[in-house]
Design a protein around this ligand. Sequence first.
Ligand code: CA
Length: 293
Amino acid sequence: MESKSKNIVIAHRGASGYLPEHTLASKAMAYAVGPDFLEQDLVLSKDNVPVVIHDIHLETVTNVAERFPDRQREDGRFYVIDFAFAELKQLQVTERFNSKTGEQVYKDRFPKGKSTFQLHSLQEEIEMIQGLNKSTGNDIGIYPEIKEPGFHHKEGKDISKIVLEVLSAYGYINKSDNCVLQCFDAKELKRIRKELNSALFLVQLTESNGAGSELKNYAEYADGVGPWYKQITPEYVRNAHDLGLKVHAFTFRADDLGEFESFDTLLDYGFNTMNFDGIFTDFPDKAIQFLEK
Ligand code: CA
């Protein structure tokens, strides 16, 4: 990670613009277009397996409501943490949809309910990426995110400790090991550095829109900051850089352009106007093509 100082492309939930997010198929496609990192969002199963999934709930990307109809909590939601990994493996994963209306969120993406996809563990995904690194001779990194550590603690689980053990077992220990660990929870990320003594490259995700008064605090334990590109200013990026923090902004989507007229215009804004060091994107192929121009 340290050697890559500019224009990092992170495949956000894989090539999620083309295949259901966080499936191994989506990761394989993303790998093939050659980003710097593939992203893994992580939630623990009942039996403490780190599962690659964006939400602590299952009902917006799987058929859990049909497969296990009596396993919802009082709030009507199905929690990853209530299922053993072997049960999670029985679910079909699909393109993200609204669980109330059944409508898929991004209409022009992979059709909901088609083909067959499964959930998988962090270990399974690392083995695929490391296997591809061996068979292709490339060296693509991983970019895991600890999801909702406060929820996990309440459920009696130390997700950070478990994830760090898996990462260490696969050789991700230091900043040179091509792994970036990210989290929105500042208290937890600080704990990962100071109490769990991780030497990994750490990125503090944030929804802050300030000029960056919190950046000084982040710089005490993190190596980078991950803001929402719509919420911050070039000044924020300069302040982060002055503190030695890399800036990896989320999320660049070719089918969610906002006021930008094309994806290239949006990418130009991110890399050239804002001077981000890296971006999370659902369309890693398009970001790489833009950077090659
Ligand atoms: Ca994420």
